[in-house]
Design a protein around this ligand. Structure first.
Ligand SMILES: Nc1ncnc2c1ncn2[C@@H]1O[C@H](COP(=O)(O)OP(=O)(O)OP(=O)(O)O)[C@@H](O)[C@H]1O
Ligand SMILES: [Mg+2]
Length: 416
């Protein structure tokens, strides 16, 4: 029997399979085991694409609608947000169904079987401090996967899955703090391992979990707002009432991967046109309207994300925006990045400490800190983790597949 796990991520999705003793992550797009969580409706030929292909179609010129980070809509009102595409309308829940449906059919084609039983990963909190909305998020995801024909669906917390993946390498007793910093959320588990050996013989006890809705998308958002949006009128004041700033909501939406679509409403462009002559620098507002009209805000965030990732290795880079008029390029140094994201990083570290406190433990009780998630590529964050947990062994897991692999291991435990 094959045991399958689905890690539906805010930015990337993976499917893993445990077949006997063999654990693998399936290549979902060419050789890549990590498929971007994106979808593109092509207005020209009516097709839809997912993954990198969706991104390429959007970025390199086809007319259409691009969506990313739809996982963030789970448990929020945005899940019912309606998108009009030509003569049809879709809700974000339809987008998620379409995306996961395509992922599962690619997986099934490779496995040569239908997927009847599946362990699906979920963050500790889809929504912070709102158990009802959090449960709704899980229920919606369960319904979507069930509509796609999967009969047995179990959920597992993403950091526990990562812990299970690490667990197969453990030989002695170990108390592990898992830190998984993704695009949408940061998730933590404290797990005590008692045994050694193969997937079958690992004994683990989950002592505590903690999560916060902060991730790489929030880093992108703060960089976009602080460095890029002023170019488009953010923080502009009214000529006649200099004590008043332009409404922030448009710029917040333009800086949030999962909210960009809210800008593609005629009322938004009409309001921006009304505001334009009233602002100190009307041309910046005109540039913002043009950005929205040409469906380019995702390109801005892509440029921001690329710059952020470059600063994982370099000390300075540029946010390159060749698609805006006069091809703008804004410098971004690692120290500027650190200033922008510092508060968010402090909250992430505080949540890690909260997980330890919830476990009734103290920092010295943590033998190992196991790291995963793409946002661990942020140097400021990895330095903060290293100094916060200087007495623990730090183990770098595979940033993109640790959760998925653990979900397949868990499928064996759950479905036998
Ligand atoms: N080298 C890097 N430096 C900084 N950030 C990076 C780097 N590489 C990837 N990222 C960020 O990591 C995030 C994606 O990580 P990951 O694939 O773990 O998220 P996810 O699993 O899809 O999200 P989640 O688990 O929150 O739903 C993105 O925000 C991306 O910008
Ligand atoms: Mg993840």
């Amino acid at each position: 029997m094959k045991h399958i796990g689905l890690d539906f991520g805010t930015a990337n999705t993976s499917v893993s399979v445990l077949d006997g003793e063999e654990l693998a992550v399936l290549p979902l797009e060419r050789q890549s085991v990590s498929l971007p969580s994106t979808l593109f409706f092509d207005f020209e030929d009516g097709s839809t694409q997912i993954g990198q292909a969706a991104f390429d179609r959007y970025y390199f010129g086809d007319q259409g609608r691009f969506l990313r980070s739809f996982k963030s809509a789970l448990g929020t009102r945005t899940i019912d947000h309606t998108i009009r595409i030509k003569h049809d309308t879709y809700q974000i829940r339809d987008i998620i169904r379409h995306y996961i449906g395509e992922v599962l059919s690619r997986a099934q084609a490779q496995l040569g079987t239908t997927i009847d039983s599946l362990v699906v990963g979920r963050p500790v909190n889809f929504i912070d401090d709102n158990p009802l909305a959090d449960q709704q998020a899980e229920d919606t995801l369960r319904q979507i996967v069930s509509d796609l024909g999967v009969s047995n669906i179990e959920f597992q917390l993403e950091p526990i899955a990562a812990a299970l993946n690490y667990g197969v390498t453990i030989v002695g007793e170990e108390v592990v703090l898992v830190i998984d910093i993704g695009a949408g959320t940061s998730d933590f588990s404290v797990v005590k391992f008692q045994a050694k050996g193969s997937a079958d013989s690992v004994k683990s006890e989950v002592i505590a979990n903690c999560g916060i809705h902060i991730g790489g998308n929030d880093f992108d958002k703060v960089i976009a707002l602080e460095r890029v949006m002023p170019l488009f009128g953010y923080r502009q004041r009214f000529k006649r009432r200099p004590e008043l700033e332009a409404p922030r909501s448009y710029f917040l939406n333009a800086s949030s991967w999962h909210q960009i679509d809210l800008l593609y409403d005629r009322k938004v462009l009409a309001t921006l046109a009304e505001l334009e002559p009233q602002m100190e620098q009307p041309d910046t507002f005109a540039r913002f309207s043009q950005l929205i009209r040409s469906r380019q805000p995702h390109k801005v965030l892509t440029s921001v994300e690329q710059a952020k990732r470059k600063l994982g290795a370099d000390d300075a880079t540029q946010v390159e925006m060749p698609f805006v008029e006069d091809s703008v390029s804004l410098p971004l140094s690692v120290s500027q990045l650190n200033t922008h994201i510092n508060e968010l990083c402090i909250q992430i570290i505080a949540t890690a400490n909260q997980a330890i406190e919830n476990a009734g433990l103290k920092k010295p009780d943590i033998d190992t800190v196991y790291l995963t998630g793409g946002s661990m590529g942020i140097r400021h964050l990895s330095q903060m983790v290293a100094s916060e947990f200087e007495h623990s062994k730090i183990v770098e897991g595979d940033r993109s597949t640790a959760v998925a692999r653990g979900l397949a291991l868990d499928a064996k435990v759950k479905f036998g």
